[in-house]
Design a protein around this ligand. Sequence first.
Ligand code: UD1
Length: 372
Amino acid sequence: MVKIKVVNVVGARPNFMKMAPIIDSMNRYPAQIEHVLVHTGQHYDEKMSKAFFDDLGMPKPGINLEVGSGSHAEQTAKIMVAFEKVCLELKPDLVIVVGDVNSTMACTITAKKLGIQVAHVEAGLRSRDMTMPEEINRLCTDVLCDYLFTTDHFADENLQGEGVPADKIHFVGNVMIDTLVKHKEMAASLDLCSKMGLAPGGYATMTLHRPGNVDDPKILAGLLEALASIAKELPIIFPIHPRTKKMAVQYNLGHYFNTDDKVEGIWCTEPLGYLEFLHLNMNAKLVFTDSGGLQEETTVLGVPCVTIRPNTERPITCTEGTNVLVGNDPQKVLDAADSILHGPALNGRVPEKWDGKAAERIVKVLMDNLNQ
Ligand code: UD1
């Protein structure tokens, strides 16, 4: 039997928890699969990158391309130039990419042009919003990939509608939830809430970093005004993303944030590790977000989620889970928070195959197809 040689690619924070279970599963088949982890270096701060490797028990990347930040074109181009060298040297049978960040698309294009097969984990998600860089990344990635691993039936339908042959589409579930299932107990056992002076159910958490929300001073100020008013009733813990921090400083909006040690208002912290943030989210009364993964995690945790975006590529979190989409109109954010805090409870269910076994299914498909 010939071993399959796989290059696994990560680049930015939301990639790490998606790749960790895939590596775990591959490690169960040492005779069949040889794999190398490549980190593009799209995210590089200790708190945006290394902390996750530590929390998730991931091996250090075998190769780090250290591309860093830049415009989309610069970053994508740098990743492609560096990754091409890796592919030429390692000559893998397969490259695996996850999610929808610039690294995902850049490595897909590079590998495919060298005739290497590519698998996309979290394929078929569509916001239909071409102002989102991630939507462009998703479309370019999916059209090129040989294996499309999906999280739900909406993704399958999107791919089928785009003419993707059925034998390329594999509905396997959600690898991000594999990581959540594995770490839930560990996160629950932290004593972070008590250390921070937070009562379970007595606070909200928030992430906010999409260019559409934070790059325009009027939009960002309007959102922070609404959120600060909600935070008078329910403090909001906000591990601030470097992009948002940069923008808030640039637009002089720092006064909306409480940086003291007191639990009140919009309470800013540095970006948190995976386990810490999971601990805070599982004990939160509600979550405000514009990120993708958190919409899914809150659905599984059964915590209400207010998504500050006009659309979502993860509609199953609204149809089956606890997610409500409100766009970036401050009044809608206020109304949604009010109805969660004072209205009937939001009941959801966990979507099919979000059961902690997605990575195992992926590795099985790959071995069945590649190891013949
Ligand atoms: C990227 C992804 C986005 C994902 C997000 C999660 C793309 C197009 N976007 O957005 O889908 O939701 O990651 O975090 O790939 N910076 C640092 N330290 C870092 C990384 C970034 O300070 O380790 C700062 C830099 O000023 C940089 C800015 O954040 O210019 C934006 O980083 P970038 O990777 O371009 O995009 P994100 O906004 O993080």
